[in-house]
Ligand binder design. Structure first.
Ligand SMILES: N[C@@H](CCC(=O)N[C@@H](CS)C(=O)NCC(=O)O)C(=O)O
Length: 219
């Protein structure tokens, strides 16, 4: 068995896939290609020209959500999707929320303008856009998640880790890489929750693997 994740690990979507692989205790390698400089034949694996793409021997699949679901079906041990239908539905909802709202703010709204544009497109830091994401989008997201964490569950939707937690915690990492944090004071449940997920062996190993890329980008 040879599994490769094509995509820079600093992408929240690539990170989500890598964490799912680590939680499932599957060996894999990362081919750290960046979306702005894709090999010509990449479109065969990813018609939308986006990363990540999973390669499992001769099988390839694009889109982090499709990939994680494939991994669940192909490698069922260490399940990341609750068996209860309602909790499973909720975990898919939070995955979608993370991939759109949280990534939209932490990655497209902040990380991209702070680090990617200056490094890859020779543009100055776009502080105006970053401030909109920090002051308008981030508080709304944090309030929503903080409210959803006020349950008796150990994790976002269940008592075990699910794709919801992996997606949300992966997306928030781009805020940290960009040099920002969430205020502990109004959001104690959310900050404690994220710290707990980031402390997991899977995240610690992934963040260590990402460090050279972060160091290169933040210079
Ligand atoms: N729905 C996709 C989104 C993937 C995505 O947007 N990846 C970004 C990098 S973080 C990308 O490849 N962007 C290049 C582009 O949009 O052209 C997934 O979950 O994998």
């Amino acid at each position: 068995m040879a599994i490769t994740v094509h995509g820079t690990p600093l992408s929240p979507f690539s990170r989500k896939v890598c964490i799912a692989l680590r939680e499932k205790q599957l060996d894999f390698t990362i081919n750290p290609i960046i979306p702005f400089n894709l090999p010509d034949d990449f479109i065969k694996m990813s018609p939308l020209k986006k990363i990540p793409v999973l390669q499992d021997n001769d099988y390839t699949l694009a889109d982090s959500s499709a990939i994680c679901f494939y991994l669940e079906k192909q490698y069922s041990e260490h399940s990341l999707y609750p068996t209860d239908p309602k909790q499973c539905g909720q975990s898919l909802w939070f995955e979608e929320y993370a991939d759109t709202a949280v990534v939209g703010c932490t990655t497209m709204g902040i990380f991209y303008h702070k680090l990617i544009e200056p490094a890859f497109f020779d543009r100055p830091i776009n502080q105006e856009s970053i401030d909109v994401a920090l002051k308008e989008q981030l508080p709304v997201i944090c309030h929503y998640l903080q409210e959803r964490l006020q349950s008796d569950k150990k994790y976002l939707v269940a008592d075990t880790l699910s794709i919801a937690d992996i997606s949300v915690a992966s997306a928030f990492q781009n805020l940290i890489i960009s040099g920002y944090t969430i205020d502990q004071e109004p959001f104690p449940l959310l900050t404690d929750y994220l710290a707990k997920i980031w402390q997991r062996e899977s995240f610690q190993a992934q963040l260590a693997a990402e460090k050279p890329f972060v160091d290169e980008l933040t210079g």
